[in-house]
Write a new protein. Structure first.
Length: 668
C-alpha cells in the first residue's frame, strides 16, 4: 500500500455516541484520526479518550503474540508461543473439559470492550463455535439490564426518543447522566435547544461538569430518583396539567398510578431525596407548564436495587404530561431497540438447552466452571467483588484464555493469552445506542505482530478442532451481509456496499421522530403505568445504609479519561487522571478527621481500596464518590472500587447493584 488513503470507520467503545471517524493512512500506516465532519451526530469531534486511539494501538505494552503462562496464576509471567502451539493446547483442553464435565463447564465471558456486531458484544462473535461445543450462554447484564427491563414493562420497548430531537425541547432533565463526560455529542443538541430558550436541569448526586453547565442542579440522594419522579408528577396533578386526552387514548392503569402519585407530596419527597421542597416544587411547576420536555436517563441511574422500578416511573412522566406525542418530548435511555438487524446467534446448533451465566456474578458462578474464556472484557477490573474473582482465577483446575490488546489484571491470571486486533485493524458493523445511525468500520491497516480479529480467531480454532459446520467459516463481509437481511423497514435499502462507501447511514426513521405519538409496542398498544404496591414502588434502598458500620453511600461515576477500564494503561490519560481521589463532603470529612489530599482506606466487609481525599461540596453529606475505570494493579494498594462492591441483583433484569454500596473511610 502506498500513497495517502482516507478510510471511514467507527468507534467501537461502550459509549452511546458510537462516533464516525476518518483515518488517514500513509504508506500503510495510520497517521491521523478525526471525527467525521459529515456525520450528523459526530459532527467532526471525538472525545478526549479516543483522540489518543492511534497512539494507543502502538503502545509499548501491546500484546502482539500468543502467550503461555510460565509463573503462578496472577503473576503475569508468560512466554511467547506460536499460534499453532496455542491452538493445540486450547483444542486439547476444550475437548477434555467437554468430555469430562460437559460443554456447560465452559463460560465464554464477553464484555463491552467492543460493541461491534462482528467483533464485539452486540453480535455473533464466537457464538456459533460455542453452541457447537454446548458451552454455557453468557448474560451481559453489567450495563443497562434493570433499566431495559423496566422500560419494556412500561413502554413495550427500551427504545425512546431520538436524541437529536433534544434540539426541539423547552425543558431538559439530565437525570443521572454526566453528558459532557459520557456521550458529549448530545450536548450540541442541548445547546441548540438552549439557544431557543430551553431550561436545563441536572439531577445527580454529584455536581459534575455537566451539572456545572446546567441552569440548575438538584443533588439527589442516590437511589431515590423514583420518589422524585412521583413528587414532580404530584405537582403536575396539583396544577391539573396532566394530558387527559393522551391518558385516555394511549395509557392503561392510570387510576392506580394516580393514587401512588398522590401518596408522594412534595414534602415527603424532599425528605426521601434530600432535595429541598421548594426546589422539587419549582421543577414540578416547570414540568407542568413546559412542552415539550425531554428526559435523558442513562445507566448509572439504574444500577441499584430499585433500578428497574425507577426507570418505569421516570418513563411514565411523559405519559402523564403527554410529552410522548411531541417532537422534542419523551425519554431517551437507549436507542438500541430501534435497531433491527438480523442477529442470529444460531441456537439451532445447540444439541440441547444450556444454562445462562451472569456477567456480574463471576465471583460466585465461576466455581462451577472449568474453562473461562474472556474477550472484550476485564472482569478483575470491572466486575463486582473483584477479590472473590481473583480467588476463583487462582484455581489450578480452571483453564483461562484471554483475548486482549494489553496486559490487564485479568490477563495476569490467564493460562493462554491471544493477541487481538484493534478497531483500525479489522472490519465491523456498528449501531449507536445514543443515535439512529448504522456505521461501518473499514479495516484501515494491517494488524501488528500476530494479532487476529475475534472472528478470525474462532475460524482458525474451529478449523483446528476439525469442525465441519459451514457457517463457522463465514467471512466478515458475509456475516455483515447476513446482519442486514432482517427485512425490517428501518433497514430497507441499507446495503453493505452503501455502508462501505458512505461510512454511515441513518436508519429509515423520519425527522423529527416521535415513536409513540400514536401508540406503544405493548399488547394493548398503550403505555402501561406501573401497578400499585410493592411490585413497582421504587425501593429507596440506597437512601440509608443497613449496616451502621458503613454509613456512607459510594457512587462510582464514569471517568473523563478512561472508558470502563479501556485506556486505563495509557500514560498520558493516566497523567491527566492523576492519583485516585474520593470526594467527601466537608461535614463527613470533619467527623472522621480527614484532611484534604491525604490518603485514606475506603472499606467494607468485601474489601478496600486506597484514594486521596478531596473535600468538596460537590457531594452531599452521606455520599462519597470516586470514578471507575482504573486498573487495579496500576492503583495504590492494587485495588479499585470494585473491591468493595458486592454481588447483588437489581429488582429487574438481573441488573447489577454498583450504587447500592455502603462504605466507611478511614485515614491510612
Amino acid at each position: 500500500m502506498s500513497g495517502e488513503l482516507r478510510v471511514l470507520g467507527a468507534c467501537p467503545l461502550d459509549c452511546p455516541d458510537t462516533c464516525s471517524w476518518v483515518v488517514t493512512v500513509e504508506n500503510g500506516r495510520a497517521v491521523k484520526m478525526r471525527g467525521n465532519p459529515d456525520q450528523p451526530y459526530t459532527r467532526g469531534a471525538l472525545c478526549v479518550k479516543v483522540n489518543r486511539y492511534l497512539e494507543h494501538t502502538r503502545a509499548d505494552d501491546r500484546i502482539l503474540y500468543p502467550l503461555r503462562r510460565t509463573g503462578p496464576k496472577g503473576s503475569g509471567q508468560f512466554e511467547r508461543i506460536t499460534w499453532e502451539e496455542a491452538l493445540d493446547e486450547i483444542s486439547v483442553r476444550l475437548r477434555a473439559i467437554v468430555e469430562e464435565h460437559g460443554g456447560e463447564a465452559i463460560w465464554p465471558y464477553l464484555g463491552t470492550g467492543s460493541l461491534g456486531y462482528l467483533q464485539g458484544c452486540e453480535g455473533v462473535a464466537g457464538r456459533r463455535f460455542w453452541n457447537l461445543l454446548g458451552a454455557s450462554k453468557h448474560w451481559l447484564n453489567i450495563c443497562s439490564a434493570a433499566g431495559n427491563a423496566g422500560l419494556r414493562r412500561t413502554l413495550g420497548t427500551a427504545a425512546g426518543m431520538d436524541p437529536e430531537n433534544f434540539a426541539l425541547s423547552k425543558l431538559i432533565l439530565l437525570w443521572g447522566t454526566n453528558t459532557l463526560t459520557s456521550g458529549h455529542h448530545l450536548w450540541k443538541f442541548i445547546q441548540d435547544a438552549r439557544a431557543n430558550g430551553a431550561h436545563v436541569v441536572a439531577i445527580d448526586p454529584i455536581r459534575t461538569r455537566t451539572a456545572d453547565q446546567a441552569d440548575e442542579h438538584l443533588a439527589i440522594r442516590p437511589g431515590t430518583d423514583g420518589a422524585l419522579a412521583l413528587g414532580l408528577l404530584n405537582v403536575v396533578l396539583a396544577e391539573n396539567a396532566q394530558d387527559e386526552e393522551f391518558l385516555a387514548e394511549h395509557t392503561e392503569g392510570w387510576d392506580d398510578f394516580r393514587e401512588e402519585i398522590l401518596r408522594h407530596p412534595v414534602e415527603r419527597v424532599a425528605e426521601i431525596t434530600g432535595i429541598p421542597a421548594e426546589a422539587v416544587h419549582r421543577l414540578g411547576m416547570r414540568l407542568a407548564h413546559t412542552r415539550p420536555t425531554a428526559l435523558r436517563a442513562t445507566h448509572g441511574l439504574q444500577r441499584h436495587a430499585g433500578g428497574g422500578a425507577t426507570l418505569r416511573v421516570i418513563a411514565a412522566i411523559p405519559g402523564v404530561t403527554g410529552d410522548w406525542r411531541h417532537p422534542g418530548g419523551g425519554l431517551a435511555f437507549s436507542t438500541s431497540d430501534h435497531v433491527h438487524l438480523n442477529v442470529d446467534r444460531r441456537d439451532d446448533l445447540l444439541a440441547a438447552p444450556v444454562r445462562t451465566l451472569t456477567m456480574t456474578k463471576a465471583a460466585s458462578q465461576l466455581a462451577s466452571v472449568k474453562c473461562f474464556w474472556v474477550y472484550a472484557a476485564n472482569p478483575v477490573g470491572s466486575s463486582p467483588d473483584s477479590n472473590a474473582i481473583r480467588r476463583q482465577l487462582l484455581r489450578e483446575d480452571l483453564f483461562t484464555v484471554v483475548m486482549e490488546h494489553f496486559p490487564t489484571d485479568t490477563v495476569d491470571y490467564a493460562d493462554i493469552v491471544l493477541p487481538a486486533t484493534m478497531q483500525t485493524e479489522h472490519h465491523d458493523l456498528h449501531a449507536g445506542y445514543g443515535h439512529m445511525y448504522l456505521l461501518w468500520n473499514e479495516k484501515a491497516v494491517e494488524p501488528p505482530g500476530e494479532c487476529l480479529s475475534t472472528t478470525e480467531t474462532f475460524r482458525r480454532l474451529a478449523r483446528h478442532m476439525g469442525m465441519t459446520e459451514p457457517s463457522l467459516y463465514d467471512s466478515d463481509l458475509e456475516l455483515a451481509e447476513q446482519l442486514l437481511t432482517s427485512g425490517h423497514p428501518s433497514v430497507e435499502g441499507i446495503t453493505l456496499d452503501r455502508l462501505r462507501k458512505e461510512g454511515w447511514v441513518r436508519m429509515n426513521y423520519p425527522k423529527p421522530f416521535t415513536p409513540f405519538a400514536e401508540g406503544f409496542p405493548t399488547p394493548s398498544g398503550r403505555l402501561r403505568f406501573p401497578p400499585a404496591g410493592k411490585a413497582y414502588v421504587p425501593s429507596y434502598t440506597a437512601s440509608g445504609a443497613a449496616d451502621p458500620r458503613y454509613p456512607l453511600t459510594l457512587v462510582t461515576p464514569a471517568s473523563h479519561t478512561f472508558l470502563n477500564t479501556t485506556f486505563g494503561n495509557n500514560p498520558e490519560l493516566r497523567r491527566r487522571a492523576k492519583e485516585p481521589t474520593v470526594l467527601v463532603n466537608p461535614a463527613d470529612a470533619a467527623a472522621r478527621g480527614l484532611e484534604d489530599g491525604r490518603r485514606v482506606r475506603v472499606h467494607n466487609d468485601g474489601g478496600e481500596f486506597l484514594a486521596d481525599v478531596e473535600i468538596s461540596d460537590r457531594v452531599a453529606a452521606g455520599v462519597v464518590a470516586t470514578p471507575k475505570g482504573r486498573w487495579p494493579k496500576l492503583s495504590p494498594g492494587g485495588a479499585n472500587p470494585n473491591a468493595v462492591v458486592a454481588e447483588r441483583d437489581a429488582d429487574m433484569g438481573r441488573g447489577p447493584g454498583f450504587h447500592d454500596n455502603f462504605v466507611e473511610i478511614s485515614p491510612v
